[in-house]
Structures are given as structure tokens and as C-alpha cells.
Design a protein around this ligand. Structure first.
Ligand SMILES: Nc1ncnc2c1ncn2[C@@H]1O[C@H](COP(=O)(O)OP(=O)(O)OP(=O)(O)O)[C@@H](O)[C@H]1O
Ligand SMILES: Nc1ncnc2c1ncn2[C@@H]1O[C@H](COP(=O)(O)OP(=O)(O)OP(=O)(O)O)[C@@H](O)[C@H]1O
Ligand SMILES: [Mg+2]
Ligand SMILES: [Mg+2]
Lengths: 253, 253
């Protein structure tokens, strides 16, 4: 039975795509069948895995508007056991289309129902907003993973995200849990990072993953080669932390 | 005659708010009357200037739905000559409301018409998306400033933004110019940063500001004290670069 995990945070640039791509790749390497669904019109998850998004005939957009069956939009990546449904820019227009549909928050949930059990994990990479696309992801998911940059603005935005999550838990998806908070871009030299970590641990208690991802330039280089970090530079600290995060996710199972 | 500048880029976390707050503060210090309009529901620009956004009775939301006159939503900041119209979370709901209005892209333009000439500069801090809020900002603006993080994903997203800008120039706002690209979070130790800078200079030629903002932890600390960088740590490299950017913007005038 596949676990559907929404990777969400409306604050921009906190590491949603980096976490989705690298965590998925390590889980695939450990033998799990993993699908990434990119619901962000920026389509970064596809780029980060070397998929030429412009050339993809069928993307999530075509699936959500009912033009193709979801299986036709599943593409192989260069990694065994790792598959992706890419996004494209038309998805940002879909937000307007979706608004007029009855049950607009359930479109993704319905679309992925036929393939849920074909994968051990399905990760949904969200855009930096709390609009109808992120809402669809939270409704379709079993749990939500929150990448959180160790910086001031990112911490401020957390309460907005938690409010939306509890709104979804009350009505649209009563079984939605919080998978956990992943602390990203931690810089041990600054007080700010230490402060954010201790604030987040106070608030979330044991729902903060032990693996903290430090700021590591290799993580920002890897996507320009279309490779996850485990393939690009297996022995850097960014790779070690995402691998240990994969082990934590498996142990939570 | 006030210059209205939209600070936009749908890629998240590239330095839109950091550029808006610090550039505005230096222009105010140099004697210009400056207004920041925050059209991002995250309301980060207000937090970064120490404004308690929750307590603000009138924000841009109340202005856009026509509940208050725009002058009632202008707040002083701790900096002479610098004023702000803060945002709040209700603005993300406004996106749905705005969609049903005739001429929804012109709502902000109409709202700011009565005060345009009260300021030398009006900067609009945009959210990380290309939805109706960013569209309103591009229609209301004389020019658009594009903060661009020196990283791979940010570079990939540039073509989407330019397509939207030229779409706006063809119909909704024929006089919209590109004020320039501000390169942010430059890390001189990495090839990636150097590569991004040379790619962007090739493409944009002289519309890239000479002042490049390096990655500088003081810039991420300043907002947690509610201060712009010139007040928080005047002699750090982040402060020097935003000050020289302010001089370039004045020379472009
Ligand atoms: N731990 C890290 N160390 C250094 N750079 C990182 C790290 N994690 C992510 N990055 C880089 O920071 C930038 C932002 O990360 P990413 O794009 O994954 O965030 P995001 O939350 O998906 O952004 P968006 O909100 O635009 O979707 C990217 O250029 C990425 O390569
Ligand atoms: N030059 C810099 N050096 C170091 N940190 C920076 C720099 N510029 C911005 N930051 C930090 O990086 C994070 C992202 O910047 P900022 O919030 O200004 O980007 P943004 O584009 O406004 O994000 P969003 O897309 O969420 O609106 C913030 O925590 C900020 O403090
Ligand atoms: Mg992303
Ligand atoms: Mg911002």
C-alpha cells in the first residue's frame, strides 16, 4: 500500500524540490518503488532529474484536465525504481480551470487512486503557495513533510502553513498526518540557525527529523547535472544527510 | 512623479523581499520618499521592518476589496522617508475574490493612482507565483526588477517570467520596461555562481545591475531584528552592495 507524502511549504526556496528529489532517489536505491508527482508549474523536479520537461507529451496538467490516463504520464528517470510525473507551465493556468470544477480539491486524489498501490512511496513536490494546487496535494496525501529553511522568514511562515493543514484535517482529509519537519540549509556558524532549530524542536517535539541538512553547495550543483546528490557526489555531507533521512522515513513506516 | 517598480520572480527564495526592504531603506536614507507595497500573503516585508502585521487594521487586502481608502493603509516604518502598506494572510483568499471581478488585473493600478505622486519610488514585493497578485503588480508598475539567485533552478525559471512579462507588455501594460536583473546570493567559490552570472550577462546585456549581492549571513539575520541591513550592520558586504544598488537605481532615473 503506497504512502502518499506531500512535500509542502508556501515559503519559497526552502528546499522542497531538493528534498523530494534526493529523498526519493535514496528510497529508490534502497529498493522501494518511488513515484515523484510534480505539481509545481516551475517543473523543477523534472529538471533536477535531467528530464527534458518541454519534450514530455503528457504531464500532470494533461492528467488533471482529464486528457490522458495517469499511467501515460509516468516517466522513467535515470534511477532504478524511481519514476516521475513531470509538471509544465500550463499547470499554472490549470489553477484557474480547477477553480470552476465541483470538488476541485479532490482532482489529484481521484487521479492517483488507480496507481497508488503500484508504488511504495509517492512524493508530491508543491509550489511555494497555498493555492488550489497545494490544496490538492494535501487532500491526496496520507501525510505532509515540511522542509524548513533555518532562517527567520521561513519560521514566520510556519503558522500559516499549520493553519491550512489543520483546516484540511477538519474537512477535506481527516486522516492527514504530519510526517515531520526537515530542517534544511542549516549553517552551524550562525546563531540564527541554532535559534530556529531550538524553536522548531520546542514546538514540534518528536516530529522533527533527526537528520538536519546543512547548507552544502554540492546540493545546489547536482541539479545542473540532472542528478540526485547520491549520484553526483555520494560522499558529501548533503548526500549523507539525505540518506539518513531516507532511513528515518523507512523506520517511521 | 513616482516610479512604480514591481519586484518579481516566481522562483521562491531568490531575494525579492530582501531586495525590496534593503533597496527601499537606502533610497529613503538618501532623501527619497519611498513606499513599499507588500502584495505577498506571506507578509515578509512587514516582518522584515519590524511591523507587527497581525495588529495592522488596514492592509493591502482591505484596500483591494475596496473597504478602506489606500491612505489609511500606509504605515510609518522606523526609517525616515520609508512607508509601507503591509500584507496579511487574507490576501491569499483575495486571489479567488479578484478572479470574479471585471478588469481584475487593474485593481492595484487603480488603487494606487491617487497616491503615486506622493512618493519618489513605490516598490511592490511580489509572492513566488505568476498568479493574479503578481499580474496586478506588473500591470500597476512602470518597470520590473528581477532578483535572481545565482543557482540552477532560478535560471531555469527565468524564461517563464519573461514570457509573462512580454504578455503583459503586449496588452495589459504596454509601457512596462525591465528595470534590471539583480544577481543575489552570489558565492564566488562556486563554478555554478560564475556560470549563472555569465549566462545572465550574455542574455540581458546592460540590463544587469553591476552591484552583485553575495551570500552574506548578516542579510538573513537583519530581518529577525526588524531592521534593514544599513541599520543592522552598516559595514558588512551585504549592506555595501545594496547601497551601491540604490545608487545605480538613482542613476538610471
Ligand atoms: N542544503 C542545501 N544547501 C545548499 N543549497 C541548497 C540546499 N537545499 C537546496 N539548495 C538550493 O537552494 C535553492 C532552493 O532550493 P529548492 O529549489 O529545492 O527549494 P524549493 O522550496 O523547492 O523552492 P520553490 O519554493 O521555488 O519551489 C536551489 O537552488 C537549491 O539547489
Ligand atoms: N544575499 C543573501 N545572503 C544570505 N541570505 C540571504 C540573502 N538574500 C536573502 N537571504 C535570505 O534568504 C532567504 C530568502 O530570501 P527572501 O525571503 O528575501 O526571498 P524571496 O524571493 O522574497 O522569497 P519568497 O519567494 O518566499 O517571497 C531569506 O531567509 C533571506 O533572509
Ligand atoms: Mg521547488
Ligand atoms: Mg518574499
Amino acid at each position: 500500500m503506497g504512502r502518499v507524502i506531500s512535500v509542502s511549504n508556501q515559503k519559497g526556496g526552502v528546499g522542497k524540490t531538493t528534498t523530494t528529489v534526493n529523498l526519493s532517489a535514496f528510497l529508490a536505491e534502497k529498493g522501494r518503488r518511488v513515484l515523484i508527482i510534480d505539481i509545481d508549474p516551475q517543473a523543477n523536479a523534472g529538471y533536477g532529474l535531467g528530464i527534458n520537461v518541454e519534450d514530455a507529451d503528457n504531464t500532470l496538467y494533461e492528467v488533471l484536465i482529464g486528457q490522458v490516463d495517469i499511467r501515460q504520464a509516468i516517466y522513467k528517470t535515470g534511477i532504478d525504481n524511481l519514476f516521475i510525473i513531470p509538471s509544465n507551465i500550463h499547470l499554472s493556468g490549470a489553477q484557474m480551470d480547477l477553480l470552476d470544477i465541483e470538488g476541485r480539491e479532490f482532482v489529484l486524489k481521484k487521479a492517483i487512486a488507480p496507481i497508488r498501490d503500484d508504488f511504495d512511496f509517492i512524493f508530491i513536490d508543491c509550489p511555494p503557495s497555498l493555492g488550489v494546487l497545494t490544496l490538492n496535494s494535501l487532500v491526496a496525501a496520507d501525510s505532509v513533510m515540511i522542509p524548513l529553511q533555518c532562517e527567520y522568514y521561513a519560521l514566520e511562515g510556519l503558522s500559516q502553513l499549520l493553519r491550512i493543514i489543520s483546516m484540511v484535517q477538519e474537512s477535506l482529509n481527516r486522516t492527514l498526518k504530519i510526517e515531520g519537519v526537515v530542517l534544511t540549509m542549516f549553517d552551524s556558524r550562525t546563531n540564527l540557525s541554532q535559534q530556529v532549530v531550538s524553536d522548531v524542536r520546542d514546538f514540534f517535539k518528536d516530529r522533527v527529523f533527526k537528520s538536519i541538512v546543512p547548507r552544502n553547495v554540492r546540493l545546489s550543483e547536482a541539479p545542473s547535472f540532472g542528478k540526485p546528490i547520491g549520484v553526483y557526489d555520494r560522499h558529501c555531507v548533503g548526500s549523507e544527510r539525505y540518506e539518513s533521512l531516507a532511513e528515518e522515513v523507512l523506520n517511521n513506516g
